[in-house]
Design a protein around this ligand. Structure first.
Ligand code: ZN
Length: 461
């Protein structure tokens, strides 16, 4: 309903809606208490690893005490289990508590919320994107949301920008109606100092308008889907255009950042590309430092990485992410099965000096990993496309146990030799048992939320 009104409004009125939404979001994210949360987050990143570990045990003990006292699911569970917060002496003691799954939460989300918070003024809902057709509602309160955004700002500060810096975003919001095919392809939110660009209108014919607006707007940073920003970067490179002089950094999120996308953005914009990995559930936050390491913000949430038997995976080895939420007082999920695969964190010896552990590899959704017929789960396949030229974009779709469909957007010089090279590289990684089919396309469709998925599996492991 609101979307229809918005889509049918003139640009000036859409601008009013965007500003009003900006005001609401600004209050929700940066209102009272924000400065204190930011100061706390900045202080904890300077802790020694010993003090950081002590803080994490304390956070966990407090969280367990809070859940047993305030959350119906844990009250119910503890009527049979009789756990006391003082029983939590080490991080590993989290294993006294049960793992919770998305399906159970989806069936009764309020059961996992702190009862006192649920009816409080300022409680609101967030929704996961639900690309699997299974969306999840997350309840949150403004204080928790502000705490969450303090960690985000801490990350911005690693690159010398802050939440007041001028930014331009390329995300999934339908900010410009899809039927519209003339500029402007952006709306301005003056409250958050943010120019919101449509990710859905980026094509060769429209990019000159995007670039002209970016040059006049002079953002300090770009933020959004790598699949959107990298297309603009490639256009700059292909047309030998100068970088944006105001730009200091590009932040990417919400999709797997592919090496060729990173390279295009670094070359076109001549600034660092900083990637981050998080989720709507506020259950994990991994952010890339200027030295290139993916640091787990271990004061933001607690991550366990488990193998298929439920045992902790050794550091650096691949497993399933089980997350415990520290920042959301309304819905403090403990041992939440996120459904993503990543490597277990390793102690940091990064040149940046941060003590937050390092996650070497983030595969993303467990359901979207490629499985070979002999039962192997193959991690990120994007390194395989390195050195393959004349390919604009690819998407791997496992359609059956033994079949992999490669959707491919060829560049104009693409030839049989390139196809042979690609097949060889895929077979080298996946073995000879998978039947590989190649489908050439003009463009690979995005998800309804505008996200690009590099790997899709219709086979459930
Ligand atoms: Zn680092």
């Amino acid at each position: 309903m609101l979307e229809t009104v918005y889509n049918n409004s003139p640009v000036w009125l859409q601008q009013v809606f965007v500003t009003a939404a900006g005001l609401r979001l600004h209050f929700q994210r940066k209102g009272g208490g924000y400065g204190r949360y930011l100061a706390e987050a900045l202080a904890t990143e300077k802790l020694t690893s010993t003090l950081l570990e002590e803080l994490r045990i304390q956070l966990l003990r407090d969280l367990v005490g809070y859940c047993l006292h305030a959350v119906p699911f844990y009250q119910d569970w503890n009527s049979k289990n009789h756990l006391h917060p003082a029983d939590i002496k080490h991080i590993r003691d989290i294993r006294y508590l049960p793992i919770i799954d998305k399906d159970a939460i989806r069936a009764n989300p309020e059961f996992y919320c702190a009862s006192g918070y649920l009816n409080k003024r300022g409680t609101f809902q967030l929704h996961t994107s639900g690309t699997t057709g299974k969306p999840l509602t997350i309840f949150c309160d403004v204080e928790s949301r502000r705490r969450h955004y303090a960690y985000w700002e801490r990350f911005l500060k690693w690159y010398g920008v802050g939440s007041n810096s001028r930014r331009a975003t390329f995300c999934g919001r339908l900010i410009v109606p899809q039927m519209r095919n003339t500029a402007p392809f952006w709306r301005h939110d003056p409250v958050q100092n943010n120019l919101l660009f449509s990710s859905y209108h980026i094509c060769d014919a429209n990019i000159p308008f995007y670039l002209e607006k970016l040059r006049r707007y002079e953002p300090a940073y770009l933020d959004g889907y790598p699949s959107a920003i990298s297309v603009i970067a490639r256009y700059i490179l292909e047309h030998d255009l100068p970088p944006l002089p105001s730009l200091r950094v590009v932040f990417t999120s919400a999709e797997t950042l592919l090496p060729d996308q990173r390279l295009a953005m670094e070359e076109a914009f001549k600034v660092p590309v900083a990637d981050q990995y998080g989720c709507t559930e506020m259950a994990i936050f991994v952010s890339q430092c200027p030295y290139g390491s993916y640091h787990l913000n271990s004061d933001y949430s607690l991550l366990e990485v488990l193998d298929s038997h439920g045992e902790a995976t050794p550091a650096g080895q691949l497993g399933e992410a089980i997350c415990t939420v520290f920042v959301n007082k309304t819905m403090p999920l403990v041992r939440y099965r996120l459904g993503d695969l990543l490597t277990a964190p390793e102690p940091s010896s990064c040149g940046c000096g941060l003590h937050f552990p390092i996650v070497a590899q983030i595969i993303g959704r467990k359901d979207d990993a490629i499985r070979t017929p002999d039962g192997r789960i193959v991690g990120r396949l994007d390194p395989l496309f390195k050195g393959l030229s004349n390919i604009i974009e690819t998407q791997l779709v496992q359609t059956q146990n033994d079949t992999l469909l490669v959707r491919l957007v060829p560049a104009k010089n693409f030839c049989e030799k390139d196809e042979d090279k690609l097949l060889m590289a895929l077979k080298g990684r996946l073995g000879g048992q998978l039947i590989i089919e190649i489908e050439k396309m003009d463009a690979i469709p995005r998800e309804p939320n505008g996200k690009f998925r590099a790997v899709i599996s219709h086979v459930r492991g």
